[in-house]
Structure formats: C-alpha cells, structure tokens
Design a protein around this ligand. Structure first.
Ligand code: ATP
Ligand code: MG
Ligand code: MG
Length: 550
C-alpha cells in the first residue's frame, strides 16, 4: 500500500504532543440518542477511534443526552450495537452526558459567581430581537446587570421549579457586539419540565449544547474534540467555556467536513416519511445508509473502513460517489466469499441424452482466485435451470451463449448443444433441449474442439427456491433528488423482487448476513429479517461490474 500523507488532524495532534500540550490523547464519539446512526456517523466513529489507536490514546462513546425532547433508550441500544459493529472499540468507556448534570449546574454557578452569567427574563422573541444581526450589533439585556447574589438566588429558584417553562434563562455574559453572534450572551440553561430517559424528573432545567459539550469533554479528559464544520463558529464559545471554568488541561475543538454520499437519503425527516409511507421496510431497509441498513444489505465493517480511508479527512464539504463504497465491498468480498451458481431468471434445460436417474457430484472450486477456499460438490443431472438471458432464438452477432444449433460449456461440467426449444401458446420459450458430449467433461483434458461461451446452471431436482432482491439507488441526483413540491423524487426501480430463483443446494446451513458471489450476477447476502431455512431471501449487495476505479 502506498504511504498516505498525514491528514490535518493528525498534524495538529502531533504538534500538540511535540509541544507538550498533551502526552497522550483522548477522543470521543458523542451521538445524541435521537435516531439511528448512518454512514456519516461511521466516519466520525472511525476517525476518532482511529486517532486514539494511532497515538496510543483512549476512545470514549458518550451519549450526548442533554436534550430530553427527542431522546429515547431504544436509540441508545442501537447506537451501541452499531458503534461496536463498525469497529469503534470503546471497551468499557461508555458515558452519558446526563450523568454530569450536577457538575454542569455547579459550572453554571461558578460562572455566576465570577460575574460571567446572569438570569434573563426576556421572552424568546425579545432575546432574538436583542441579539441583532450579522450587520447590526446586539443590545444588552435589561437584566444583564443583576448582582451575583440575585443571579445565584434566581438560578437556584429556576432549578427548584419556581418558574414557568420558558419564563427565564441563564445566559453567559460575553459581548453583545461581538461579530460572532454565538458570543452575544448565549443562553446556557433553560427551564423545561420534561422527563429525561436517564434522570427522570430530577431536573426541570437543562443545559444548552454549546455549554454542555465542552464541559462533557473536559470532565472526561478529552484532548481533541473532533466535530463537523458547522460548529466552526461555535469554537470561540467552546474555548470561552473551558477557559472561564478554568479546566487545567482544556480540550481543543477541531472541525472536519461531513461525509456526504451521492444518491442516498440521510435526512431523518425524509427517512421517517419513507418508513411511514411503507416505501421502505424500516430504518434498516437495504436501500438506506443507516449503519443497520448497510449491515443488512451485506456491507462489512472492513469495506466501510476501507471506504473511509479512501475518502480521507478534509476541511471542505464535498460528496462522495456511492460507487466508491461499492468498489470497497467488492474488494473486500472478492477473495473471501464462495462463488456459487444461482439462477435469477430461470428457464429449464433438458439434456435429452443424459440418463434419467443419473446424478453426478462435480467438484467445483469455491473461489477460482483463492485456492485456499477449497472445493465443494455440486449435483449435476438431466434437468437444469439456466438464465433466460443465456438463450436466444435469433442471436445477434457475437452472442456466444445458447441458440439453436450452438454449443456452449456448462460451467464445471460438459459441452451441450441446443437441438430444440419449446414455447408456450404466447411464444415464450419454456424449455430448451440439448444433447451433451460425455467426452467434454471439465478437467478431463478434452481438446477436440472449442466453444466460445460458458454458462452457469443449477440442477433442477436439487435446486433450492430462493427470493432475490435487487436494488438500485433510491434517488437519482442527476434527475433531481426533490420534486417541485419538496417531496423526494424516488426511483421507481429501486427494488426488484425475484421470487422464482434457484440456487445450488450447498446453501444449507447458511445464516443471516452470510454473503456469496453469485457467478456472473454479483455479491449477495442472506437477508437478516426475512430469510429462513424454508424460504431463502438474498439481497444483492452489489453487481460485479464497477463504474469506479480508484
Ligand atoms: P444527524 O442529524 O444526521 O443525525 P447529527 O450531527 O445530529 O447528525 P449527532 O448524533 O449529533 O448527529 O452526531 C454525532 C457525531 O457524528 C457528531 O460529532 C457529528 O459531528 C458526527 N456526524 C454526524 N453526521 C456526520 C457526517 N455526515 N459526517 C461525519 N460526521 C458526522
Ligand atoms: Mg443524530
Ligand atoms: Mg446533533
């Protein structure tokens, strides 16, 4: 592998270590438990975890659960599962920001005592009006000059539940004329009577994100607090909070660009609607890019890690082609997965000169490119299924598969020659009759004549019926992701269900998420929701052809 230059975050960390700002590092992934994780979060997990490994540091999973409105325990569990699956090994370093509510309260009291925070009675609308605009400086609140004693008493009364929701807030006292609007006396605590998933009804005041987050980082000893670009303007406030609270080794915020993928939907609002409208079958529908959807589709943690490495870390927003993710899963599965014969659109082929009751068990390599994967036995008999597209009555030029009078190789088996075909009353071909030449068995060293086409097959009496689901992008960015009314412009072909597929019997014993190459048609995995011993269901992870070259 070629040596990749260090990304800008690694450069910052190395400088901090060199200059003695920290001796080892600590990073964290801080999801809000208000939804399922998606591919973008995977980038943040792998970045933070990867840095901690690279510099011999530690990595925390911390639920940033300071806003009870949208948070649910259900999400806590799915997030833990997803972080582990993707490879963000936080060991026992699992934290909840809500466990720091007492310390956050104490921090607010400390600011009040320093004259750096005040209780404000302006309404939400007034606060907005006083805040000013990018062009206009803000105006001081009339409550800004309350005494420390008064502020302490009022803040305690806020905590004790003496005031109505929304009637008072605690604000940092910074600078109403700052060019950075986030510094214009931001709200740091609000009154809200909401039941919290962890602390129940203990609190009726909750800290705001910009105040809580730096405190969480400082309490845990995070050295580098890595977040996405939209927080760049919040960094001065982050620094203000950790400095005013006088933490001995204040954490440092570093921003990087979010990962965007083409032709996918990540917005919670849109996914929720797709689920409610029954267009997708839950948050883990294989067309989505939540981590659970990627897992169900058949992506592996390795492929996602490879993808993130190819994407790199940058400071400018851009979107990455979905084809690159497909390239990574192909690369990961290519040498690891058995190559099976499966017929997605079957047509019966009868070998008229093959004995009726005979069955041969042919030895077939599991993976032609990886001998270590060994061999398996595949039954061969008089009646087979082949792909409908491998036969044509009137073939175009350069069509080397079956047509009347033509001879092809049945993969790993014999040459067969098409003698006849049978149609139904609509003219549809329902059966192909061939003769085989016993001399031509694969591996027999036969050199008498050559054929140009090789097609795959499964033995009809031995085959297992399977359902196969083929996927396309759920939206097409070239055609426009949104309609005029703001709704999603969905690709009507994003899911194709094939119910009459046949696979070799060797899938016995396969389990959810197991994946395979189906020769000539792609990589497939066993669906974790709908597949069972009686009814095999496969998801196509990706086709074999690639439109992406690294
Ligand atoms: P969403 O609204 O998509 O769920 P979020 O930012 O609200 O995203 P959080 O739970 O706050 O979700 O995110 C946890 C961490 O994941 C944050 O540090 C955030 O910066 C990071 N993150 C979220 N989306 C992306 C993305 N697309 N690319 C990289 N990191 C991301
Ligand atoms: Mg989120
Ligand atoms: Mg968020």
């Amino acid at each position: 592998k070629e040596i990749v230059s260090k990304n800008f975050i690694e450069q910052i960390i190395e400088k901090d270590i060199e200059e003695g700002h920290c001796s080892s590092i600590m990073t964290r992934f801080p999801p809000e438990p208000n939804g399922y994780l998606h591919i973008g979060h995977a980038k943040s997990i792998l970045l933070n975890y990867g840095l901690s490994k690279k510099y011999g540091g530690k990595f925390n999973l911390r639920f940033d659960d300071t806003n009870p409105t949208k948070e649910k325990t259900e999400f806590v569990e799915s997030i833990i599962e997803d972080v582990k699956w993707i490879g963000g090994d936080f060991e026992d370093r699992l934290f909840f920001a809500s466990n720091y509510f007492d310390q956050m309260y104490e921090a607010a009291v400390k600011l009040i005592k320093k004259g750096k925070a005040f209780v404000c009675d302006l309404t939400a609308d007034e606060i907005k009006e006083y805040r000013g605009t990018l062009k206009e400086p803000g105006k001081n609140s009339p409550y800004r000059d309350r005494t420390v004693e008064e502020n302490l008493a009022l803040f305690e009364a806020m905590k004790s539940g003496e005031f109505e929701d929304g009637s008072k807030v605690l604000r940092a006292k910074i600078d109403m004329s700052s060019p950075n609007i986030n510094m214009r006396d931001p709200i740091i605590y609000r009154i809200a009577r909401m039941t919290h998933h962890n602390t129940g009804d203990k609190w009726c005041i909750y800290p705001m994100y910009d105040f809580a987050h730096p405190i969480e980082d400082a309490i845990e000893g995070i050295t580098h607090s890595i977040c996405t670009l939209e927080f760049e303007d919040h960094r001065p406030l982050y620094d203000w909070v950790v400095n005013e609270l006088e933490y001995p080794n204040p954490p440092k915020q570093i921003e990087f660009a979010k990962l965007y993928l083409t032709n996918v939907i990540t917005g919670k609002r849109y996914i929720k609607k797709l689920v409610e409208d029954g267009i997708v079958d839950g948050w883990d529908d294989p067309r989505l890019v939540s981590i659970s959807a990627l897992r169900r589709r058949g992506f592996t943690p390795e492929s996602i890690r490879m993808f993130m490495e190819l994407c790199g870390v940058s400071k400018s927003n851009s979107s990455v082609d979905y084809a690159m993710l497909e390239y990574c899963i192909r690369e990961d599965l290519k040498l690891k997965k058995p190559r099976m014969m499966a017929i997605l659109d079957p047509i019966k082929l009868v070998i008229t000169n093959y004995p009726e009751d005979q069955v041969e068990y042919l030895e077939v390599p599991n993976n032609q490119e990886n001998e270590e994967m060994g061999v398996r036995k595949v039954p061969f008999s008089r009646e087979l299924y082949i792909e409908r597209e491998d036969f044509m009555i009137e073939p175009p030029k350069k069509y080397f598969r079956l047509f009347p009078g033509n001879e092809v190789r049945l993969m790993h088996a014999y040459f067969v020659k098409c003698e006849e075909y049978i149609t139904d009353e609509t003219g549809k071909v329902v059966e192909i009759h061939c003769t085989y030449d016993p001399e031509t068995k694969s591996g027999s060293g036969f050199t008498g004549r050559k054929v140009k086409g090789t097609i795959h097959w499964v033995s009809a009496p031995h085959a297992k019926n399977a359902e196969v689901r083929l996927y396309e992008n759920i939206v097409d960015e070239e055609k426009g992701v949104y309609n005029e009314d703001g709704s999603l412009n969905l690709n009507p072909n994003s899911l194709t269900i094939l119910k009459e597929c046949y696979v070799e019997p060797s899938f016995d014993g396969s389990k959810a998420h197991d994946s395979y190459q189906f020769l000539r048609s792609g990589y497939f995995c066993i669906d974790s929701k709908d597949s069972n011993e009686e009814h095999l269901v496969f998801n196509r992870i990706v086709s074999l052809k690639s439109s992406y070259k690294p």
